[in-house]
Design a protein around this ligand. Structure first.
Ligand code: FAD
Length: 380
């Protein structure tokens, strides 16, 4: 039997960022991860973008609150910078010009570096685009690529240095309430702790059920990504990412090829999700409509799960009916770019220290990340 202050279920970016900040606060922490590779699920399947204009309001605040950690991580956290310049061009179709006006107004109000683009400007930047389909756009110059592996393993390495224990091949099979906290069996071992943190991504509701806690209704949604080769006369090096504001397509250059996604969000059940042939075909069709490219054979494709609470905002809070069960779930399509702030926020609340001051200054409130929110019912 191994005893810690805190047990975290899930060794993805959510679990490991919280684990790191808890260990920094002097807590003894054990992380239980079912797979042998902690980044095997959503964390290892993302598009790796950091954008302060992307996602709902609370996400944008947590992304901004993460920027300093990304740019100035602790000494020795990673060998190379976590963020590298990319920039993202957001485009609007005819009739949707208002979406760009809104993005520019709000982005500037939040301090993001965003500039308006005409269709001609966009054509000069990304010559393969069929800009007759585009009314206008905006460039967020400070959007960056995230080195997800470096970030995730930075958290893992430093968590371990602080005395934390990450156990892989440790799929949690039973969770029992005890007089002092929780007893959990995983991979044939038994673990005990006062506080249980549910950072199991798409499996968040399953873990709640195992613990006898009412599920919140966290829904995993499938998203597809496909690699596409470029013709030899197209040099995409240095291109910004391109994202259609109608959320029907995005692509970015990746080692001389394009990573393309149809921005799909198909509700499913938690599992080792694989790409569907139809979604791959839709991806290629949308890419060929949006650009001058002819794609005969798509390259490798993958899918990942983005998990959402009903209103699209994440949950980082103790369960209202179980004050030693902490939800860290529903990060949607933003769990990497918000990980430093979300991890620090969770650690601070778990230790009873309240919201970190710099997040309070950004307008982050406990209510925004609470496990039950006005108008949102739990689903049993
Ligand atoms: C195609 C795609 C593109 C994306 N692009 C971006 C992007 O550009 N920027 C961004 O910020 N985010 C992006 N995301 C979202 C991001 O990947 C997720 O928000 C994030 O990875 C969620 O992290 P997590 O730790 O909650 O989940 P996961 O990485 O899935 O980790 C949960 C872990 O819990 C473990 N687990 C589950 N059940 C058990 C159990 N019973 N016992 C033990 N362990 C268990 C799982 O094995 C898993 O490793 C994208 C996602 C996808 C799919």
């Amino acid at each position: 039997m191994k005893t810690s202050d805190i047990l975290i279920i899930g060794g993805g970016i959510a679990g490991m960022s919280a684990a790191y900040f808890l260990a920094k606060r002097g807590k003894s922490v054990t992380v239980l991860e079912r797979e042998d590779q902690p980044g095997y699920h959503s964390t290892g399947r993302s598009a790796a973008l950091y954008s302060e204009t992307y996602g709902p309001k609370i996400i944008r605040k947590m992304s901004t609150a993460s920027r300093d950690f990304f740019l100035n991580p602790p000494e020795g956290f990673t060998e190379n910078p976590i963020l590298t310049p990319r920039g993202v061009i957001l485009t609007a179709a005819h009739g949707n010009e208002g979406a760009i006006d809104e993005l520019l107004t709000e982005g500037r109000a939040n301090g993001a570096n965003v500039v308006a683009l005409t269709a001609d400007d966009i054509k000069k930047l990304i010559p393969i685009l069929n800009t007759d389909l585009i009314a206008c756009g905006a460039l967020e110059t400070d959007a960056m690529d995230i080195d997800v592996h470096a970030l995730h393993w930075g958290f893992i390495r430093h968590f371990k240095k602080l005395g934390g224990d990450l156990v892989v091949n440790a799929g949690v099979s039973t969770i029992t309430k005890t007089a002092t906290g929780w007893q959990v069996t995983a991979g044939g071992e038994t673990y005990e702790a006062q506080i249980l943190v549910n950072a199991s991504g798409a499996w968040a509701d399953e873990i709640a059920k195992l613990a006898g806690v009412t599920p919140l209704g966290i829904t995993p949604k499938r998203r597809t990504a496909v690699m596409v080769d470029l013709p030899s006369d197209v040099n995409a090096h240095g291109w910004h990412m391109v994202s259609d504001l109608g959320e029907g397509l995005y692509f970015k250059e990746d080692a001389g090829r394009l990573l393309v996604s149809p921005s799909d969000a198909t509700p499913t059940v938690p599992h080792d999700v694989q790409p569907e042939e139809l979604d791959i075909a839709i991806t290629i069709d949308r890419l060929m409509t949006a650009t001058t490219l002819k794609v005969n054979r798509p390259g490798e494709a993958w899918a990942g799960l983005r998990s959402f609470f009903a209103d699209g905002d994440p949950v980082s809070a103790f369960d209202p009916d179980s004050d030693d069960f902490y939800w860290l779930a529903g990060q949607g399509g933003y769990g990497i770019q918000t990980a430093p702030a979300m991890g620090e926020y969770a650690a601070s609340l778990i230790c009873g220290d309240g919201i970190p001051d710099r997040m309070v200054k950004l307008g982050v409130t406990e209510g925004a990340l609470a496990a039950t929110r006005p108008g949102l019912a739990r689903t049993a």
